[in-house]
Write a protein that binds this ligand. Sequence first.
Ligand SMILES: [Zn+2]
Length: 452
Amino acid sequence: MPALKSNVRAADESQVSRSLPPLCGVLAAVLLIGAGASPPGEPADPPGAGASEGARPSGLHLWVDGQGRTHITDDPAGIPADARRAQDVEQIGALWGAGVVGARLETPPGASGRDEDRLVRSLRDAVADFGRGEVARAASALRAIVREAPGRPEPHFYLALLEGGRGHLEKAEGHLRTFLSLAGDDLDGWRASAEQRLARLDDERRLMDTPGAGPLRLVDLEHEAFRIQADEALVASGGSDFARTVARYLDDARGLVGERIGAFPAEPTGVVLYGKAAYLKAHAHRFSFQTVGFFDGRIHVVSKAHPAGELRTLLFHEYTHALFREQTGSDRPFWLNEGLAELYERASQRRPPLSRGERAKLNQALASGEWISLTRLAPSFGGLGNREARLAYAISTAAADWLERHSDAQQRATLLRRLGEGWSADEALREAVGLDTAGLDDALRRGLRGRM
Ligand SMILES: [Zn+2]
């Protein structure tokens, strides 16, 4: 009965994605979302491109405090009223990505009937929407399929991913159980994946709900380039996979950022990973709102016991800030620091520097005169409203991208070193690209206009 052939994404995403036949261009894009390891080469539509405000997979918010520290929180009510927020789905869409499984949606040979074809098409469309970050639309399409064909297992699988991605563990579990009760032997691969996900949900729930009775116990994870400490509970639940995955993500971050900036920290970078409950217990008192990470000279992040794309993305972003601080001794110019972190976070997912939505936003800002100058953004993003903060992130990312296209890694390394030696940003930029901050701002705006 089920018409969908299974081709469940195994541990090696790149292998599966490479094996996708040409007809699955759409699904290759889907695989990018939450693909922690090696996404396929072609940049997909960034998640959320074209999604309406209401369709955003909400749940995580990025904002920056007065000291220039980036915070990520899943409790919007807890963000200080004067904080500068950036909650673009382009930035955060993949943070909680549960890993969209690239199943091949096909009408099997011999299966007949227009209804069957139409259903498969609807499913395929819904999965494509999901992959583009149009989560609300995908969810309502999948629910419609469930209503129309209640015996159909596949939509429950995707609904489980979708709910899990939003942190709705109970709902995700419900859909996984329904899926298992409906799926036949022909969906063996999916069944195995669903069972594995159920087991992982248990692990994650334990880490979320039960803070250890005693003080936080951190375990050292061995690594040459990082001083990694992890919550004992994470290591206990995640097993040896946990340490391996974290080490791999950090190596990836160090490698990519090192290649692009041409610099490496002189000393190992400190990273502390917490289960959610332990993190709250250790750090909740520091903030008047809920966070899942911050940087204070060491990278502190909440992790799942079975981390995936969300942790990888977070580590790329925070590692860039760590390197910036290490090289320059400061977080300024803020647009450069934040722009590079955004740029490398996106590069880690093979996403383009700017989404189409951001490009449109930038062009609109140019046309309306709402453009915020790099000079204004250099000391901090302070005093910006939500909308302006989103624009500030997009401008910073565009500026960092401009800088990358007009300098080589060695020049960028020198630029950061000069900042560390006390040169002004203008002097250091002039040496690197022949323009000061205002000049770069001009060139950036001319470049954007040229592409309009
Ligand atoms: Zn940041």
